[in-house]
Design a protein around this ligand. Structure first.
Ligand code: MF3
Ligand code: CO
Length: 252
């Protein structure tokens, strides 16, 4: 069931998502060779508490598993749901930072991928195209358009650059729950799927692989990696559909 949000609810969702955006900005600043992914997780938690919010992912249950940390950090061939550890970032890595909070009963959720030092030109291009695909998708969030318009805009942007779209994970509605209907695939056909409506709030999150779209899950039960070991990038925004078009809640 898709829940439509009132203008007042959208303003609370805005505050939750601004908190996420501010924290992601601080985490990006901290990314450098020698920093461990667990240090990023600790910083994310500390900043969240300072802002009177609650980390959304710690203890979150998905498919019978409990996520153990507050931040997801996915390095290089890791696509999403990388678990922070004592792994040190190194020059040239690309790092997905995916973060969520609960604030006044509503969820915020956003993700970015950044380079450590100076990644290869190929890695930079993968990140650029993935972010571009996110924005091409967001442009389609207009009352009266359909979900397939968004999905196909993302897929076209990615595939025309020679990359592939991950199928195993999708975006989602967001509100009083982290994962609400509808599921939002990053591939599809224009003019298909449910009709988009004012009041929907959707987390759009393309995951893009440099090689094949196929994924594997590591032994930790969470970390999704590319089957062929190619690099992967992930960007996510939570967006409200308004009468004036898309309102990106997780952008400052
Ligand atoms: N941003 C991710 C998502 O939308 C994070 C969920 S990870 C989990 O789905 F740990 F919370 F499960
Ligand atoms: Co999400």
């Amino acid at each position: 069931m898709i829940t439509l949000k009132s203008a007042r609810e959208i303003e609370v969702l805005r505050r939750a998502n601004v908190i996420v955006a501010e924290i992601l900005d601080e985490l990006k600043e901290k990314v450098a060779p020698g920093v461990t992914t667990l240090e990023l997780d600790s910083l994310a938690e500390e900043l969240t508490h300072k802002k009177k919010a609650t980390p959304a992912f710690k203890g979150y249950k998905m498919a019978g598993r409990v996520y153990p940390r507050s931040l997801c950090v996915s390095v290089n061939e890791e696509i999403v749901h990388g678990i922070p550890s004592d792994r040190m970032l190194k020059e040239g890595d690309i790092v997905g930072l995916d973060f969520g909070v609960i604030y006044e009963g509503f969820y915020g959720d956003s993700a970015v991928t950044v380079g450590v030092g100076k990644p290869s030109e190929a890695a930079e291009r993968l990140m650029r195209v993935t972010e571009e695909a996110l924005y091409r998708g967001i442009e389609q969030l207009q009352d009266g358009k359909r979900l397939g318009d968004l999905s196909s805009a993302i897929q076209k942007t990615v595939e025309s650059a020679g990359f592939s779209v991950v199928r195993a994970f999708v975006g989602h509605g967001i509100g009083k729950q982290l994962h609400e209907d509808p599921p939002i695939p990053n591939y599809g056909e224009p003019e298909r799927g449910i009709r988009l409506k004012e009041g929907m709030v959707l987390a759009i999150e393309p995951m893009v692989n440099a090689g094949s779209w196929e994924v594997q899950i590591k032994e930790d039960g969470w970390t999704a990696v590319t089957s062929d070991g190619s690099l992967s990038a992930h960007f996510e925004h939570s967006v409200a559909i308004t009468q004036n078009g898309p309102y990106i809640l997780s952008k400052i």
